[in-house]
Structures are given as C-alpha cells and as structure tokens.
Design a protein around this ligand. Structure first.
Ligand code: NAP
Length: 489
C-alpha cells in the first residue's frame, strides 16, 4: 500500500457520532487522513446508547465482545454492560483517540447531492459543505415506532416511547404498563417490577427466552484484565464466545440443523422449568420458532413475570382510555405510566435525509420498495457513499461493532484505487446489486426469520432484509473485496 502522503487527499464526511461513525473517524485518522468531519444531529455522542436510556437497559452481547478490537476495556463492571456504561466507553474512546474535534453537534444533514465535484451537503442551518467520500453511520433502530392505538392522546397519565425516556421518572408506588415484549420490553419489565405498585406487561406475542448469567467483575478481575490483556482476548476471541456465535448463526440459516435443535431444547427447558403455573406457562409459550424474532437473552424475565406485582396481558389492546388500557376482552388496566416498547421503523436508515445520486437517482425512490445495498455497504449510482450497518447486513445476536469493523475494512479496499489517484469515484454495478439481491432473497427465505412470525427483520413482502449466509462468509466477503464488481471512474 502506498503511504497516505503519496496518495490523493480526500475529504471525508461521516454522518453520525455513534459507534460506527466514531470507528470510521478513528480508522481514517489512524491512516493519516486529516480532512474529516462528523456531523451529529444530537448534542452528544453514543448513537443508540444516547437515544436509549430506559430503566434496565443493558447490551445482551458480552461487554468484552461489544468493544472495539483496538480499544479493549479492562474496566467493564459486568459481563453484560449497562447502556450508560457503554455510552461512557464510547465517550472515553472518542477522547482517547482525539476525534471529538471532528464532531459538529446539533447538526443534521438535510441532503447529500452528487455532483461532478463530489458530494454537496446541505445542513439544517442552511449552510453547505462538500465531501469526496460520505460515510453514513446513521444506525438502524433509530426512528421510534409509535403504534396507532386509538385514544393514546387521551391517556391522563404519562405515556412515552422507550427511546424517549423521561430522565428521573419515578415508578415508586405507581401503576405501570409496558407495551411490547421484545428485548426492550423484557428488560423494562425486569427493571420496573420491584419498585412499581404493579406492572402490566402487554405482550401480545411472548418470545422465547434464552437463559444467561450476568455477573459483576470484581476489582481483582479488572486489575487482572488490565495487567494481562490476553484474558480479555480470551473472552472476546475465545472459543466460548465464538462457538456460541457460530452455533447461533448455523441455527438461523439452517433451521433444521442440530444447532437449532439444541437451542430449541434450551429454550423449551427454560420455559418448562422456570415458570411454575401451568396457565402462565401456556400464556408465555411462543407460537413460532425459536429465533424467528430476535432471540431474547434474559436472566430474569421469567422470574420477574412471576412476581406477584407483574401481570401478563396477552390479549389484543382495544384502545387507550384516560384511565388506562382497555383490552378487546373488555378488561381495563388502570395505569399511571405507560411505556411504549414498541420498537423502531427499521427500514429508514439514512432517511428522511434526501440523497440524490447520479442521473437524478433519489435514494428514497431507489429504496421505495425495500432498502438494500451491495453487501450492505454501497449502492449503484451513489458513488463514494458508503453505509456502515446498512441494509442486508448480518442481524441476530451479534456484535454490531465487529460487523462495522469488518465493513470498514471492506470500504478501505474500495477506496484504495481512488486514494492512489487512479480514479475519483466508485459505485457497485447495477447488475452486481441485482444479482446479489436475487441470491440473497432466495437464501433469506430459508432462514428461520422467515419461518412464520412478524419482526422488524422482515420487509414489506415478508422477506428477511438480512444477511442470509454464514457469518464466516460475511467475514470472508468483507476481507476480500472484488473490485471488478464495481464501476470506477
Ligand atoms: P421489537 O423487538 O421490534 O419489539 C416490539 C414489540 O412491540 C413487540 O413485542 C411487538 O409485538 C410490540 N408491538 C408493536 N406494536 C404493537 C401494538 N400496536 N400493540 C401491541 N404490541 C405491539 O422492539 P424492541 O424490543 O425495542 O427491540 C428492537 C431491537 O433493538 C431488538 O430486536 C434488538 O435488535 C435491539 N435491542 C437490543 C438490546 C440488547 O440488549 N442488545 C436491547 C434492546 C433492544 P409483535 O411482536 O406482536 O409485533
């Protein structure tokens, strides 16, 4: 590789100062690039960990695996870190790598327009900027899904989405309701049930629960991690973690595999052994296959839902009334606080930003049917516009940091001929993406995500918009870019 000084200098604009945006800036700086700007519409870094601050928020990927490979953290306080601790980790990394100087907070990019001179950007204050390369690191689960529940405006208590948490809110002695039984709703129920007067969990499609063990690291263990980084490496790159990832991955893509049978047996045993009341057990028994929806890892859900202060409500909601939630059965649950753990509009990605590529291509129209990108990273007619954690990437219970790092390595390869001055822009060929999409959809239909449930993984035709092959294949594809599949100009 030529040294950066011998290479063409490019101007990079990164959209979003979350995990992936910070990663891109650190990596660019590391290779000697200096013309970098990160635009962040919020007032602080952290992305999803800034937006989500709900009670009980943790990451169900082990903390040492949910860490940049180049910035291990011996100080994680627990096996599964809390959202607040993860946000502090990203803030500390940004300071340590001196990249906060690149960030413009409270600045939203309204449009990106491709011109003969590269990308022209319009910001929310009306000003303009330009870039040779745009990195969209805008996250996936970003725009709250607020269900159209009749009467929600008339609720007399406090109602808000889990990603619009009311800091400082007290549940002590109050009657709380949580709508939604995904990872968020489950974590919330476990966190709120002790302090509240009671909590009604409106969980119309209870999920399979993978039992896990969370634990605190002692001061002595943290000292050992500091003194011997190999101990951290043994967790993040050790057999136990990766065997688990590979087993889960095989189960997803081959739902009739022994790996899936093994997972199903664990989940079934967890349900049978953890829930004592036969009636409650049946209400909690999912009607679809394990991992069809994103698998929930929880140490405490079954215990918490059996707390006398918890009420599981699986009936459909008829409407919201000033006093609470009225079920189709006619039952009214009177509540003081209602949390909507109802998920996100997962098909937005960079939108609502306007992105106009070559020949007037409008990303909103290109993505009208479903968002997609070649290998989840780039889109025909949108040269030098790259996505981190874009559509069709691996989803499931993986570390999105590992995914973004591999994607970054791939983008670096695509940029090499441009940095070397041979070309000024790159985009995948339309036929490359068309062929990829065709193969991807065929494989996606065979994954467990398509086995008969609803989830945010599915597109409008019910096809999972996910990476449908093995994780090893993803790693392999990212490690070896085939530049011949791209149009360089
Ligand atoms: P979600 O998985 O999309 O779950 C949304 C829940 O809301 C579902 O139970 C859904 O029921 C319910 N719901 C939606 N509309 C409803 C309505 N009108 N009436 C009743 N129920 C309704 O959302 P999430 O729990 O926020 O999780 C989203 C993703 O965030 C996760 O899959 C995961 O990727 C990520 N996450 C990760 C962690 C972590 O620890 N790593 C923690 C939290 C979130 P149906 O299923 O019946 O539609």
């Amino acid at each position: 590789m030529e040294t950066p000084s011998a290479q063409r200098r490019l101007r990079y604009v990164i959209i979003g100062a979350g995990m992936a945006g910070l990663l891109a800036a650190i990596k660019l700086q590391e290779r000697g690039e200096a013309d970098i700007t990160i635009y962040e519409k919020g007032d602080s870094i952290g992305g999803t960990w800034r937006e989500n601050r709900y009670a009980g928020l943790t990451c169900d990927v082990p903390a040492h695996a949910y860490t940049y490979s180049f910035a291990p953290n011996p100080d994680w306080s627990r096996f599964f870190a809390s959202g607040a601790e993860i946000k502090r980790y990203f803030e500390a990394v940004a300071v340590r790598y001196n990249i906060t100087r690149f960030i413009h907070f409270n600045t939203e990019i309204m449009s990106c327009t491709h011109t003969t001179a590269g990308w022209e950007l319009t910001l929310n204050d009306g000003s303009h900027d330009r870039a040779d390369v745009v990195i969209a690191a805008t996250g996936v689960l970003h725009h709250p899904n607020i269900p159209a529940l009749e009467g929600i405006e008339e609720f007399a208590g406090e109602a808000f989405h889990s990603a619009r948490w009311k800091d400082g809110i007290s549940f002590s002695g109050r009657r709380a309701g949580i709508i939604g039984g995904g990872s968020t709703g489950v974590q919330l129920l476990c966190a709120l049930v002790e302090g509240a007067d009671h909590v009604v969990h409106f969980n119309r499609s209870p999920q399979w629960i993978m039992p896990v063990k969370d634990f605190a690291y002692s001061a002595e263990e943290r000292r050992m991690f500091r003194e011997n980084p190999q101990l951290i490496e043994a967790i993040r790159n050790g057999e136990e973690y990766w065997n688990g990832v590979m087993r889960f991955n095989k189960a997803i893509i081959e739902p009739d595999s022994p790996e899936m049978a093994e997972i199903e047996a664990i989940l079934l045993q967890n349900l049978e052994q953890s829930v004592t009341s036969p009636e409650l057990r049946e209400k909690l028994r999912p009607t679809y296959r394990a991992a069809c929806k994103r698998l929930i890892y929880s140490e405490r859900y079954y215990e918490s839902i059996q707390n006398p202060k918890a009420i599981l409500e699986t009936d459909a909601i008829a409407r919201i009334e000033p006093k609470g939630v009225r079920m189709k059965s006619g039952v009214l649950h009177e509540l003081d606080v209602l949390v909507l753990a109802t998920g996100f509009k997962a098909d937005r990605f960079v939108r609502p930003m306007t992105v106009l590529g070559q020949n007037g291509a409008d990303l909103n129209q290109v993505w009208a049917k479903r968002p997609t990108a070649y290998l989840a990273v780039s889109i025909p007619q949108f040269p030098n516009f790259f996505l981190l954690n874009g559509p069709t990437g691996p989803v499931g219970n993986f570390s999105l940091i590992d995914i973004a790092e591999r994607q970054w390595g791939y983008i670096e390869q695509l940029l090499e001929p441009i940095r070397a001055g041979r070309f000024s822009q790159v985009a995948p060929r339309p036929e490359t993406l068309a062929d990829y999409e065709e193969r991807r959809k065929v494989a996606a239909r065979k994954t467990v995500f398509a086995s008969g449930c609803t989830s945010w993984y599915l597109d409008d035709e019910g096809i999972p918009s996910t990476w449908p092959w093995s994780y090893s294949r993803f790693a392999e594809e990212m490690a070896h870019a085939r530049l011949e599949e791209y149009d360089y100009a």
